[in-house]
Design a protein around this ligand. Structure first.
Ligand code: T5A
Length: 227
């Protein structure tokens, strides 16, 4: 049995974490997911994130996001995200996929391309190579890209109060990140699906559910649905 990896990506405040949680609730209550589970296509649902999906990753996440830390050089930042990913893939993602899990993961390799590549201006070939090393070639089966205007996203995060180290970066940085996601989506239409994240939470959820249902039916066409 082989599971599937579904990744949620987007700029700060794009609502991907909110939608990941809503997707978890929706899937667990949906007859399609229950049929996939009872018929043995999927073993269970797992929710995780990068950075911070393992115990080591939690410490790396704190180093990366705590704004009180001393400044982090761009290449050191890149390597810390890669270290988090290498640990996460080997410790959690691969074993869970092998068991047949359906995994919902908050951020993955595209974030490194967008943030450290487009945002920080590090070499995109180097980032691809590092992503390969860190993941051992494990790609997402589906990536949902929550497309939202950068200023609208940052305004949403400000409403929450304190901002982490990366959220505090310049508007120009976040706009380059957004350009990165845009280019990734147009270069990878087989894997990345754009979600209009500018509408209400419920409307965004509806778009996500349509995509999830469609892709699950494509992956498991033999599943027998019964109400
Ligand atoms: N990073 C990560 C890299 O630089 N390189 C990498 O390789 C990786 C993996 C991770 C940081 O690390 C960077 C990217 C990030 O800066 P994080 O805490 O995980 O840090 O930060 P984010 O991933 O950005 O998560 P956030 O929780 O801050 O933002 P989300 O997930 O985009 O948004 P969410 O769902 O938390 O919503 C934000 C606010 O908006 C509201 C929510 O209630 C919440 O208050 N909201 C809406 N408001 C109006 N309409 C909607 N439709 C809304 N949906 C949500």
């Amino acid at each position: 049995m082989q599971g599937k990896l579904i990744v949620f990506e987007g700029v700060e405040g794009s609502g991907k974490t909110t939608q990941l949680r809503r997707s978890q609730t929706w899937l667990l209550a949906h007859s399609l997911f229950n049929c996939l589970q009872t018929q043995g296509y999927i073993s269970h649902l797992l929710v995780t994130r990068q950075p911070g999906g393992t115990e080591l990753g939690q410490s790396i996440r704190q180093l990366l996001l705590d704004s009180a830390q001393s400044p982090i050089q761009a290449k050191a930042e890149l390597l810390l995200y890669a270290a988090d990913r290498a640990q996460h893939v080997e410790e959690l993602l691969k074993p869970q996929l092998y068991q047949g899990a359906l995994i919902l993961c908050d951020r993955y390799t595209d974030s490194t391309v967008a943030y450290q590549g487009y945002g920080r201006g590090l070499d995109l070939n180097l980032i691809d190579q590092l992503n390969q090393v860190a993941t051992g070639g494990l790609d997402s089966n589906l990536t949902l890209w929550f497309d939202l205007d950068v200023e609208q996203g940052l305004a949403r995060t400000k409403l929450r109060g304190s901002a982490d180290r990366i959220e505090q970066d310049s508007l120009a940085f976040h706009q380059r990140v957004q350009q990165g996601f845009r280019e990734l989506a147009s270069a990878n239409p087989n894997r990345i699906v754009r979600i209009d994240a500018s509408c209400s939470e419920a409307e965004v959820s509806e778009q996500v559910q349509v995509v999830l249902q469609k892709w699950l039916m494509q992956w498991y066409p033999a599943v027998l649905l019964h109400s």
